[in-house]
Design a protein around this ligand. Structure first.
Ligand SMILES: Nc1ncnc2c1ncn2[C@@H]1O[C@H](COP(=O)(O)OP(=O)(O)OP(=O)(O)O)[C@@H](O)[C@H]1O
Length: 626
């Protein structure tokens, strides 16, 4: 636990709920003082009443004050409970928003694929966000406990300094042991982070509607459930280990405390027998030792909870303070509208140092206003290349240039506003149809805060849906573009009629994701990665015809295994094993008779009647004709 973590936690709490926390602390202190005030007022009242010849005015004040203390004392716990809950809510909201804002600042994909980062994120968002409030509450508990200890230890000090020293010294091992335990508990939470994520993963698979059909058909439920139970057992075993240590340690410490209390009692009795202490002193020693020990134990427990909270808060800080995952210049250049084109210059890329090269010295130009098609076998590196173009990763060697400027010198957010992509694994958002398309241009989206209802600009969204050939389907849904594309959630408007949630077919979803890619009017670069893999033949033909029209004059990159769809591209680039092996127009590549021609003929053969031969082309080489 560092002092820095403590100050950061308290600062976060203060900025989330300054008024509530101030009121909470004030009431907690007043609540602590009220028994004392009541005792003093009672004494005053009794003294005045006992003095005889009592005037009403002399006793009215203390009596009214005593009544006020009583009323305040009965209200305070309720107000404290409310303030605690409200402050906790506000602090958690701020801490949680900061963590997701930090995650959103991550420029690339690498941290999201890093299990260590995911573990840290898991701890930060489950335990870390509660830490600031625990620091406030626990800190207050420590201070309260310290005052109680000081008060009773002072009493013991008057009776015999050695008594106070003995009680306080006996607490030292307890403090050290509890701190070690809390460190162990925090480490255990960190170590089981991955098991917790796996448990959630299996649990989701078991109830997720997407997985449900396979899980049922394959009878995979018991297997997944057993694996989930194994993860839970792993987490429990770790927790049990710490609990057992705690049991042994706290048992020993309890015995130690009892021995110290017993020894002090014997010593006090002995002193009383020899006349050094009075019988009343002995009673006071017994009460004071018990009070100091219990207040110390309470203060230590509070301190330890703060300690553990701050250890976990360290993970939170590591996430929110993380430096950029990809280097961004202090004053990045704005991404200007594309004029000449994009270029990959001798680009080498691998996902990690211990993994094989995915791209090996790729040189490629995507000229402005032209369509470039990228083809190649599974795993050739096509999607990886797209990720580099969008700067989701940086090349390991070489550079990607935007009109000659290295992407690393550009403002990443500005760059991405100029690029739109339809990914082959596009996300099906469990939102309304309008939002699903509008997410392609968030400026077209807003939402009504109290009702949570999504609002969007219809014109661009409907225009994009028309382009993707999905407008009629969406307009015909029960609530048109406001229909939720899920049966899992329903919108406010649908609350009374949950049946209005709709599940689209795979091809309809694909058209919708195409619409999402097209909603931004004229991006500088449009990437279409397998945009028609789920479409029927007629739809594919129609969508490609529309996309061809849409791409006219746009800089675009089209990736498709359906070679009929790419033949119209200005340039076709064949990627094989991370290298560009062929490039040129369809006719040129067919005449070359290389990899492209072989793949094209193979596909074409599938559409010919059985037995029909097709013209074999000379050679089957993968000669680079670039
Ligand atoms: N996030 C990742 N981490 C590690 N390796 C990856 C990652 N993504 C892809 N790869 C590997 O990189 C290689 C290229 O993958 P990529 O997805 O770019 O191929 P592709 O040409 O798009 O294939 P497909 O036609 O099947 O979509 C593959 O060997 C794949 O296993």
């Amino acid at each position: 636990m560092s002092f820095r973590a403590l100050t950061r936690a308290l600062a976060l709490a203060r900025s989330a709920a300054p008024g509530q926390i101030a009121a909470y602390v004030l009431l907690a202190v007043l609540g602590g003082l009220s028994p004392l005030a009541a005792a003093w007022l009672t004494k005053l009242l009794i003294d005045r009443l006992a003095a005889g010849q009592v005037r009403w005015l002399d006793v009215a004040g203390p009596a009214a004050a005593l009544a006020a203390v009583g009323i305040a004392g009965s209200l305070t716990p309720h107000a404290v409970r409310y303030l605690r809950a409200e402050s906790n809510r506000r602090v958690k909201l701020l801490a949680t928003s900061r963590i997701y804002a930090a995650a959103d600042r991550i420029v690339g994909l690498r941290p999201f694929e890093d299990p260590t980062f995911q573990d840290r994120l898991q701890i930060a968002r489950t335990s870390g966000v509660g830490s600031p409030w625990m620091a406030v509450e626990g800190g207050l508990g420590v201070v309260q406990g310290a005052f109680t200890v000081a008060g009773f230890a002072g009493t013991l000090l008057l009776l015999g300094p050695w008594m106070a020293a003995a009680v306080l010294l006996a607490a030292v091992p307890a403090v050290l042991a509890e701190l070690a335990l809390s460190r162990r508990r925090a480490a255990m939470i960190a170590e089981t982070g991955q098991a917790e994520r796996r448990e959630i993963f299996y649990a989701n698979l078991l109830v997720n509607p997407q997985a449900a059909k396979e899980v049922r058909l394959f009878g995979a439920g018991p297997y997944l459930w057993r694996r989930m139970a194994a993860e839970i057992r792993l987490i429990h075993a770790a927790g049990r280990g710490v609990d057992r240590r705690e049991l042994a340690l706290q048992g020993t410490l309890a015995v130690l405390a009892a021995v110290v209390a017993g020894a002090l009692l014997l010593a006090a009795v002995r002193s009383a027998a020899s006349g050094t202490l009075t019988v009343g002193d002995v009673a006071l020693v017994v009460a004071a030792v018990a009070a100091v020990q219990s207040a110390l134990a309470g203060a230590v427990a509070e301190g330890v909870s703060v300690h553990q909270a701050l250890l976990l808060f360290g993970h939170y800080l590591a996430v929110v303070d993380a430096g950029p995952d990809l280097p961004v210049r202090p004053a990045p250049l704005p991404a200007r509208p594309l004029r000449r084109g994009l270029e990959l210059r001798d680009v080498w890329f691998r996902y990690a140092d211990d993994q094989p090269w995915v791209l090996r010295g790729v040189n490629l130009v995507l000229p402005h206003g032209r369509t470039t098609a990228l083809v190649g076998l599974n795993g050739a590196g096509k999607t990886t290349l797209v990720k580099l173009l969008c700067r989701l990763y940086d090349p390991t060697r070489g550079a990607v240039l935007w009109d000659g400027v290295d992407l690393r010198d550009l403002d990443p957010a500005g760059l991405r506003r100029r690029i739109r992509a339809v990914f082959q694994d596009a996300v099906a958002y469990e939102l309304t149809a309008g939002e699903n398309i509008g997410l392609g241009d968030v400026t077209a989206l807003s939402h009504d805060e109290p009702s949570g209802r999504a609002l969007f600009e219809r014109a661009p969204i409907e225009a994009a849906a028309r382009q993707a050939g999905v407008h009629d389907v969406l307009a015909g849904l029960p609530r048109g573009y406001d229909t939720m594309l899920t049966r899992m959630f329903f919108s406010e408007a649908d609350r009374a009629d949950p049946d209005t949630g709709v599940v689209l077919s795979g091809g309809q979803w694909q058209r919708l994701s195409i619409a999402r890619g097209l909603v931004l009017d004229r991006p500088d670069l449009l990437v279409l990665d397998e945009p028609s893999s789920a479409l029927d033949a007629e739809a594919e033909h129609e969508v490609h015809a529309r996309l061809r029209e849409h791409r006219r004059g746009l800089t675009s990159l089209l990736i498709s295994h359906r070679l009929g769809a790419v033949r119209e591209a200005d340039t076709i680039v064949v990627l094989s094993d991370g290298r560009v092996v062929e490039r040129g127009g369809h006719d040129r590549l067919m005449a070359l008779g290389g990899a492209y021609a072989r793949l094209f003929d193979l596909q074409a053969a599938g559409y010919r009647p059985a037995g029909t031969d097709f013209a074999r082309r000379a050679g089957d080489t993968t000669e680079d004709v670039a």
